[in-house]
Design a protein around this ligand. Sequence first.
Ligand SMILES: Cc1cc2nc3c(=O)[nH]c(=O)nc-3n(C[C@H](O)[C@H](O)[C@H](O)COP(=O)(O)OP(=O)(O)OC[C@H]3O[C@@H](n4cnc5c(N)ncnc54)[C@H](O)[C@@H]3O)c2cc1C
Length: 447
Amino acid sequence: MSTETHSLIHRAQDSLPGGKIIIIGAGLSGIATAFFLRGSGITAPVYEKEKNIGGLCRSTHINGYTFDYCGHLLHFRRPEVFTLLHSLMGKDLTRHRRDASVSIFNTHIRYPFQANLHGLPPQVRAACLEGFIQAKKRIPSDHPENFAQWSHCHFGRAITEYFMKPYNEKFWTVSLEELSCEWVNDFIVVPTLRQVRARIQREEKRRLGYHSFFWYPSSGGIEQLIKSFTRGNQSMHTEHEVVRIDPVTRRIWFSHGSSQQYDRLVSTMPLPLLANVIAGLPDTVRDDFKKLRWTSIYNINLGLAQPVNFDHHWMYFPEHAHSFFRVGCFDRFSPSLVPPGKRSLYVEVSYSKGKPLDKKIEKQAIDDLMKAKIISSPHAIETIHVNDIPFAYPLYDFEWKTARSNILKYLHAYHIFPVGRFGGWQYMSMEDVILEAERTAALLAHR
Ligand SMILES: Cc1cc2nc3c(=O)[nH]c(=O)nc-3n(C[C@H](O)[C@H](O)[C@H](O)COP(=O)(O)OP(=O)(O)OC[C@H]3O[C@@H](n4cnc5c(N)ncnc54)[C@H](O)[C@@H]3O)c2cc1C
């Protein structure tokens, strides 16, 4: 786009009621907000600190392998998002029927654990069923206050002790008593007693849960989603790290010294980092920022030249014998992600301020893959690629709701709109992020 066209767009924007909108971060939230604003005739420049756009929806191409940030699979609860993505990506999306399992007691059972008790040792299976029946009887009178209580209330003691507690403590890196129940309904499957009974003797074909089916690009990795949203958008500015925001004069500064004026600012950068760049933050709001907690993920991606004993899309590992909580297989999402005849895996390890990462985690994870009999030797690995994800899951403890709400109130008063999984500090899927971007763009366009 020529400089002349650029300045025409800027002038047109300035004359709109509400004025110039700037977006920080070119992850899915930022680029989807820009996409929907363009639908209303508004070009909002997007400033991204990295060399490449896409955030967590980037894909890396090395030695013929394509690696994402762990598994990034599209689940649709809302038909309008499905329709939109089909119109943008068309035949590039392939539908998959989930094939996920849980590795436990030296065997593996189908995911979700709580609905697929058939493969468990008989005594464990009986205890889980009995606990589930007792829990169902108590439900109307139970009022769980934390996630531990919620799990006892919905699944009973045995399912909580055998799976919910070890898996979620490994994943969140905190005790279940520290977690609130605000996130559970969207992500944890609660089967009926009938469903549990039907699956106690044998495997049932029908999958349970919101991601029984998922969609994934036929080739190129999840970054195809980003490409479909950015087609024709010339207003992406990479290697522009925002280092200072003056909310009073409405100006942002970049690490290389230049600055930009805005009228309304959409921020998708992680909320805890926003506190470091906003000038003049009152102490009370700064205290609220300090209350935000999160879980980080160390993602080890492996390109494998030798056969691998792993045929699922992904598998959960609740036991402490393994350093990872989940392992998945890229080539099950699309064979185009590996060179012919080869395989690729992703390994996910959680860490946090309270539970730092073991310095030898890569070697440990490879040893554990051998212990789990997934690979037979480290020589099977021909390519290793690591994504360290410092902000992976906002943690829903008992401070989350009030602290987040106070921060958002302060930012909105200064026309700063934090959106996205880390910008808005919510446990959001890609679909959630797209829906929120559409709502945010509609709000900004009609001001
Ligand atoms: C391990 C993992 C697995 C996931 N799997 C799935 C899945 O299977 N299905 C699903 O639907 N969702 C999944 N998600 C969620 C999904 O990744 C997010 O909902 C979505 O990608 C969030 O996009 P975002 O734009 O909000 O954040 P991000 O992708 O983090 O984008 C934020 C952008 O802001 C930039 N930025 C940060 N600071 C600055 C600054 N100072 N200046 C300029 N730019 C800055 C960053 O570089 C980044 O590009 C997963 C998430 C994780 C962590």
